[in-house]
Design a protein around this ligand. Structure first.
Ligand code: AMP
Length: 433
């Protein structure tokens, strides 16, 4: 147990962390271009926030929360998602008093006690955005466009965007009654969860993945037929906006969220090759949530993207970037007497902004060269008795074999600065190419 992490958690090891940085950087870049700023909230909150903000009849609250009593006897919960926490922070820090809409993004771990499988973990990571304060469908289109652009810019194809409208507290009760009427004589064929959802949250029955529930809800009435004028027109305008921006979508009347504060737009992006866990992104409008959390009625919309699933999709499509050369210069001291000079040079190289390393294992020259190759060092500087005596060493470029003489006295600083400058120049040329 001491050498195995908890079930459903994963270590992100050095060879994988470059991939994480790559997708996190992409998320930050796309948010910057859309005007979204980063918000970082705590990973635990008062349990009541999630009971309110997610809803007591949801699977997350009923079965999946990591809730515990802290030493001060307060009930706290590891965040299972982040919208409620962002809304709490929006209210606590009076972000509503600033320019509207408030456009925020977050990246970080979430926690759900679920049955782990490929693409489903107990600690997983989401990239999400929230746009708070705008009521019209243009912001819905923007939020969807951001999700689509993020995934497309990573190179992913075969993604499908599904959209639906879940109505509002005015029109949804009519639909609920119609749906309950349709389901009444099918109740005994539904799974236990859906039977208990029938009274409390019947729309979620449409979302159930159980095969018997899927079969017996075929032909169920669709919410699109019950939308009030406002929700209907919002949905039509959203579709027009997406079409104008060449964002393809498929209408999915089974895409639902059953709680009153979820309103109008609901959407999901699927990557089918991931199989059972194919949802990469889920989002929607929550015009009733901020009032539910104790604020003035304020509209909002957001999404969350599962980063593990994005990485799985990138891996499937062979799109993960190769790990890049990290070390510019490796110093190979020969013998103990060369180590002080090597360490002085190492510090100077690093101060010049070069990624540098040296041998810490008292290896032979052959073993040091082998190691320098392994870490893909661009240059190696060998420091032996001769070099120390002559106060000059050769910097060898590993790929070409080309050598540059480096003075080991005070002038080395200037030499290193020159290498750093030419290095930056080369990198820029490479990036431009
Ligand atoms: P949700 O907050 O349930 O709407 O989920 C949004 C996205 O987070 C999903 O589309 C998944 O990509 C991801 N996600 C949700 N739950 C998990 C989980 N247990 N493990 C990994 N990813 C998850």
């Amino acid at each position: 147990m001491l050498t195995t992490g908890p079930r459903g958690t994963r270590d992100i090891l050095p060879e994988a962390s470059g991939h994480w940085q790559y997708i996190e950087d992409s998320a930050r870049k796309v948010c910057h271009t859309y005007g979204y700023s980063e918000i970082r909230t705590p990973i635990f909150e008062h349990t009541d926030l999630f009971l309110r903000g997610i809803g007591e009849t949801t699977d997350i609250v009923e079965k999946e929360m990591y809730t515990f009593t802290d030493r001060g006897n307060r009930s706290v919960t590891l965040r299972p998602e982040n919208t409620a926490a962002v809304v709490r922070s929006f209210l606590e820090h009076k972000l509503y008093a600033g320019p509207q809409p408030v456009k925020l993004f977050y990246l970080g771990p979430m926690f759900r006690y679920d049955r782990p499988q490929a693409g489903r973990y107990r600690q997983f990571h989401q990239f999400g955005i929230e746009a708070i304060g705008a009521v019209g469908p243009t912001i819905d289109a923007e939020v969807i466009a951001l999700a689509v652009q993020f995934l497309r810019q990573l190179g992913l194809s075969d993604l499908t965007l599904y959209i639906n409208s879940v109505g509002c507290p005015q029109c949804r009760p009519v639909y609920r009654t119609e749906l309950q009427g349709f389901l009444t004589d099918k109740l005994s064929h539904l799974c236990g969860d859906c039977q208990s959802r029938f009274d409390r949250n019947p729309m979620r029955i449409l979302d159930c993945k159980n095969s018997s529930c899927t079969v017996h809800t075929q032909g169920a009435p669709q919410i699109a037929d019950c939308l009030c004028d406002e929700c209907g027109s919002h949905f039509i305008r959203l579709k027009t906006l997406l079409t104008a921006a060449h964002i393809e979508f498929i209408l999915n009347p089974r895409l639902v969220r059953g709680l009153d504060y979820y309103t109008k737009t609901a959407f999901e992006i699927q990557y089918a090759p991931l199989g059972a866990q194919s949802a990469v992104c889920g989002g929607g409008r929550y015009d009733g949530l901020i009032a539910e959390c104790g604020g003035q009625a304020t509209p909002g919309i957001g999404f969350a993207i599962g980063m593990e699933r994005v990485l799985l999709a990138l891996e499937k499509q062979g799109l993960l970037p190769k790990s890049t050369t990290d070390i510019d210069i490796f110093i190979a001291p020969l013998g103990e007497h060369a180590q002080a000079t090597a360490f002085r040079l190492l510090c100077q190289l690093r101060q010049s902004g070069l990624a540098a390393d040296m041998d810490f294992m008292n290896r032979s020259l052959k073993a040091q060269m082998k190691y320098a190759n392994k870490i893909h060092a661009t240059y190696v500087l060998v420091l032996g008795g001769n070099e120390l005596e002559q106060q000059s060493a050769k910097l060898k470029q590993m790929e070409t074999g080309e050598q540059i003489a480096i003075p080991l006295d005070d002038r080395c600083e200037e030499a290193f600065d020159n290498i750093a400058i030419s290095h930056v120049f080369q990198n820029t040329l490479q990036e431009e190419a």
